[in-house]
Ligand binder design. Sequence first.
Ligand code: SAM
Length: 219
Amino acid sequence: MPTPYGGSYLRCMWLRILALVYDPFLWLGEHRGMRRRRSTLLEDAVGRVVEIGAGTGLNVEHYPDAVADLVLVEPDPAMRRRLAHRLRRRTRAGRIVDSPAEHLPLPDASVDTVVSTLVLCTVDEPERALREIARVLRPDGQLLFIEHVRASSRFLAACQDHLFEPWRRFAGGCRCNRPTVELMRVCGFEVTADNVEWRGMPAIVRPLVVGRATLVTAG
Ligand SMILES: C[S@@+](CC[C@H](N)C(=O)[O-])C[C@H]1O[C@@H](n2cnc3c(N)ncnc32)[C@H](O)[C@@H]1O
């Protein structure tokens, strides 16, 4: 029997549990700065917005009125159920789409803002996802992001390498040592980002990069 987006039954059951415990697991981090960080980042969201890997919808309450159309992309069915529940409780309208970031069902150059918070660590094919984001963005569009990335401290990076596999299994596919900003540049983005600490979360998911990426125009 097929399972949601191709996983084993054990993995699917674990993903259902993760969706249940996701908000409580992040609670401390949200209260120690992450919630404010989401809000500040999303002040710049405008026009047609596509959020990839929207999860349980922790960003939903922060979208400003300048957002004309909100598309929330999420491939995990358990996450989508919680996302739909959160969207119903808020006044903000949004459309939930079942899709991975690697295959966005959207026309070329049709999106003003793509949002990715804590997602590019988890997608299976980050370069493919970034090229897909570049495809759907208008030439003057933007990618707003908060991502945890490979540490610059040699000690912490070595811990991330060492704990990569157990963490990936525990955290639903999260790769704690991924150099996401470098990947953005490789995929044709110009990136402005700050490194900050994700307070209230394990050191393995530090640092966070918070910023904006735009398409490098030829010539
Ligand atoms: C750590 S959660 C982040 C959720 C939310 N963005 C947030 O800020 O709380 C990672 C999310 O990425 C989703 N995800 C996993 N693989 C994905 C893919 N290939 N494309 C898009 N989203 C994906 C997961 O289902 C999960 O909801």
